[in-house]
Design a protein around this ligand. Sequence first.
Ligand code: NAD
Length: 343
Amino acid sequence: MTRFVDVANMVRWTASVGPERIIAGMIPYLEADFRRWEYFDKSSRVASHTPFGVIELMPTSDSETYGFKYVNGHPSNPQRGFQTVTAFGMLADVSNGYPTFLTEMTVLTAFRTAATSAMVGKKLARVGSSRMAMIGAGSQAEFQALAFRSALGIERLTVWDTDAAAMEKLVRNLGPLGFDITVATSAADAVRGADVVTTCTADKANATILTAEMVEPGMHINAIGGDCPGKTELDPAILERSAVFVEFPEQTRIEGEIQQMPADFPVTEFWQVLDGTAPGRASEEQVTVFDSVGFAIEDFSAMRFVRDAVEGTNFGEDIDLVASPDDPKDLFGLVGAFAPVGP
Ligand code: NAD
């Protein structure tokens, strides 16, 4: 049997545990897996691009457990009543190849992206950071805000989105949770004086959500929206004057902000900052950029966390995903009984 967490159970589990506690619990799983980065099978995700958007498969394995996520990215979806990003994922036992855990990942991807941003922000943002600018108030936004409060204690937000209704939604969702939120009049207005800037917009374009003039010394930029060829958010001049941190460089050079830079543009792999083999922030004035695209190991960690957290609870169910004949060579025996007899 395969353990399955569907959307209803993911929502019930989130309501019972609380989103901030989920993020807080997920970060140690992410950190543990980033610290054993070298033990994982790693490859850039397999992307199928169309004029509508992209569908991607994201596999990895640590020699005991294999995992993959199916995810799409369709920036024009909300105009048609669909979400930009949806996903599901699976873990399997490497020793026999059987799937052990299957889960919805539309909600879980928002948690894992936010928890990853917070893990990185904890290391790279200036100590004492207290205000975050959020450019883009769509599906990911509230999760990002909760993650930065959970990991860095940031409660003051300034938000900007080209869609006023999205900003209203963010205020409606986060205001009651105790955030101090200012609705800005432009991206420049939002960013002014912020310690952390999160960009989570969706547009299949080389957009300039942030220009170099908006960036102040010491800011940490958590750039999550540029995650596809031809889809970026930052003015390249920002990257030139910043220390840039990435997940898996081979994938980020294709999909991230640094696709705009020469192939040998210097970046630091974040796992090395975590394990102490590469420096993080060098000074109070340095601008740091997390050029996030989302990597398979993060989904692996998120699924491990949920699998462990729901074990022995009623937030999951067993589903009959793998045909299991009594004789492992007699698969036909399972179906043959139903074959019509005679002509
Ligand atoms: P969404 O469509 O729900 O929200 C995007 C928001 O950006 C919308 O409210 C839109 O109005 C706003 N926007 C677009 N252009 C803008 C601009 N120029 N200035 C200000 N606001 C603008 O999408 P989402 O699910 O929140 O995802 C946001 C982005 O994050 C997407 O591009 C998605 O692909 C990406 N993403 C990245 C990761 C990662 O791991 N790095 C994970 C999930 C999603």
